[in-house]
Design a protein around this ligand. Structure first.
Ligand SMILES: [Zn+2]
Length: 359
């Protein structure tokens, strides 16, 4: 089973994360239409995190032959179906399947079938509501799958869709996005619609249909009454913390992508041994963050200034945008044209390189 890496877009990226509450009724399948080498799920995650080149676009999950990146919680809408405020954008979970030429497309499709089956179960969505992008807007998408769509649907029915729980059991207060499904998954509980309906009944929620309101009510009831342990390190709400490069997993059990590590974030909430980081809206362990700039200075990104000359390390392999760095660039010196949090724009090649890849 592929791993689902939750790498939610910050709410500040309105064009990618519009944030309207959604009760998913459909699942919409896309192809990325990007056959470039390296155009895998991680690259598309970076693309969205970087503002999608100024486009108004956002979807929930990207699947490649190895892993799955989740960009949006499934109880918020995205912009991917091309039908304005229709059901495609407002009531469907958007899945992009990668077609990078250095990936195994058949495997990516299999992973997508597994994912669709899991989502159908979690959100009580019928197979008839699993649709191609074309269904909403007429666009030729997913372009590699429209010719054998029935086969794709048949494969979903057969996919071994066991819902895998996160590897780490964490405290009951660990909720990353207000979704009851994610919450149940995070405490190793069955998050299927039928089990949620059962829980809803136990907690006195009548006529449970899985609407956003009911899910929120259920979530709050499930969370109530759980004792909170005392903070072990004193980290205050509003303070800036540095997420260690050595951090491995979110407090919810998913792997932390490397693009997230080694940066400074604002603490939005503190609970027990965990802190909620505002910009990435994710819970991490206190042991993985440094509370003050002093204690973390050694691992902070170096400071660069525009106009300064830097040399690209011979060991550098990829640009900050994901493409491979050509050999002739390595070991060469360039003038810094612009500086952003973790990267510098190099004059001459007009490319973004990670600060850690230059000196
Ligand atoms: Zn599409």
């Amino acid at each position: 089973m592929p791993e689902i890496i939750k790498d939610f877009l910050p709410r500040s990226l309105k064009n990618q994360r519009p944030g309207n509450p959604m009760t998913p009724k459909y699942i919409t399948v896309h192809n990325t239409a990007n056959s470039s080498k390296g155009a895998d799920a991680e690259m598309h995650s970076r693309y969205l995190h970087n503002g999608a080149g100024g486009r108004v676009v956002g979807w929930h999950l990207t699947v490649d032959d190895k892993e799955i990146y989740q960009h949006l919680p499934t109880d918020e809408n995205g912009w991917h179906a091309g039908d304005g405020n229709g059901d495609g954008n407002m009531s469907s979970i958007g899945i992009e399947i990668c077609e990078n030429s250095d990936g195994d497309f058949d495997k990516a499709v299999k992973n997508a079938q597994w994912l669709v089956k899991k989502l159908m179960k979690e959100h009580n969505i019928s197979i008839n509501n699993v649709v191609p992008h074309k269904h909403w807007s007429g666009k030729n998408c997913p372009r590699l799958m429209l010719g054998n769509w029935d086969e794709f649907i048949e494969g979903i029915k057969g996919a071994s869709g066991t819902v895998d729980a996160p590897s780490q059991q964490v405290g009951s207060e660990t909720v990353t996005n207000g979704s009851v499904v994610d919450y149940l998954n995070s405490i190793d509980k069955d998050a299927s619609f039928s089990n949620r309906a059962k829980l809803a009944k136990q907690y006195g929620i009548k006529g449970y249909k899985g609407t956003a309101d009911q899910n929120l009510e259920l979530l709050n009831k499930l969370k109530k009454g759980k004792p909170l342990s005392k903070p072990s390190k004193s980290i205050k709400v509003g303070s800036k913390v540095y997420l260690s490069k050595g951090a491995k997993k979110y407090a919810t059990g998913e792997n932390i992508p490397s693009s997230i590590k080694g940066k400074t974030y604002t603490v939005q909430q503190v609970k027990g041994n965990k802190v909620l980081l505002k910009e990435i809206y994710s819970w991490v362990y206190k042991s993985d963050v440094g509370g003050s700039s002093k204690s973390t200075a050694s691992s902070k990104p170096k400071s660069f200034k525009p106009g300064q000359k830097v040399t690209v390390k011979k060991s550098a392999s990829k640009f900050a945008t994901g493409e491979s760095i050509a050999d002739f660039v390595k070991g060469n010196s360039y003038k810094v044209k612009q500086v952003k949090s973790d990267r510098v724009l190099l004059d001459g090649i007009m490319s973004w390189v990670r600060k850690s890849d230059v000196y």
